[in-house]
Structure formats: structure tokens, C-alpha cells
Design a protein around this ligand. Sequence first.
Ligand code: CTP
Ligand code: ZN
Length: 160
Amino acid sequence: MSEESTLVVSKIKNGTVIDHIPAGRALDILTVLNINGREGYRIAILMNVESKKLGKKDIIKIEGRMLSVEELNIVSLVAPRATINIIEDFAVITKHRVETPNYIEGVLRCPNPTCITNKRSEPIKTKFKTVSKDPIKLQCEYCGAIIAWNEIPKLIARKR
Ligand code: CTP
Ligand code: ZN
């Protein structure tokens, strides 16, 4: 058989579609958004699908959930070229291109165990400077530790 096969996933009625995620990184996006699937949202995760721009890409469709601006910034740490589509009544009402902020405050843990931000007695909000955007590289303002792009998911400071 030589016919081309496609993976068809329904359009959503209301919610958020995160598109143009680098292939294979969709699960990291869910991690940084603190979504584990037990919240009850209907979620479609498409991985390694064809894309004109990227060759292959991932897509996440979350029904009934809108992302805040803060969350959009976090998405950029994993998917610097993602587009966030807000869907209302089946139509794309806004399309945001995520942008890596110059500073990231309070979102990530510092990987250096002796950093002042990891001291239990006097917790200080972390602050990282974006020293490179492509690929993303961050530097702790307190101890100088460097975070590479692939380390970001495991350094997300999870909300309780
Ligand atoms: N989408 C969806 N449900 C809708 C509307 C759109 O799941 N009711 C999805 C589309 O499947 C697509 C993304 O949201 O993955 C963006 O939709 P659209 O802007 O219509 O697609 P494109 O023009 O291809 O987007 P872009 O220009 O950003 O590549
Ligand atoms: Zn540090």
C-alpha cells in the first residue's frame, strides 16, 4: 500500500491548543504547566506529527482550560517557538507566539544545592537571567549556576 496515512484528531470547542512544540517535548510542556491528567481536563497529546515548518512537531489540545500569561512564559522555556491558540466556540480567537522572558523569577529551582535560594531557613525567590535564547540557557543571579535547556523540566518548582 502506498497511500499516505494521517492521524486525525478532532477540533476542540473551548480551550487551548499549544502548537509547534518541538517533536517529543509535549510531555515536558505538561510537566512545566503542572498538568498531570488527574485534573479531569480532556487532553489530546499529538507527538511526532508532520509539520511544514518544523519537519515533525508535537501539539497539545486542552479542553476547558485557558492559560495565563505567566503560564505562557513557562511554555517558552520548553518550546520557544510554540503558538498558543485560544479556542472559543470552535474558533481560534487569539494566537500568541510565546516569547522567552529576559528574567525568570520564582518558576525554577536552582540546580546548585549550596545556592542561597535552596537554604531552608531563609527561602529566597529564585531569579535567573536568560543568557541565551536559542538554545535557551539561564544563569542564576545568586550563584551563577547555568541551566541548560534540557534540564528545565526537572527544575520546575511545583505548586502544592
Ligand atoms: N484547533 C483545534 N480546534 C479548533 C480550532 C483549531 O484543535 N476548534 C487547532 C488546529 O488543529 C491547529 C491549531 O489549533 O493545530 C491552530 O489552528 P489554526 O490557526 O486554524 O491552524 P493554522 O493556521 O495551521 O495555525 P498556524 O498558522 O499557527 O500554523
Ligand atoms: Zn543559584
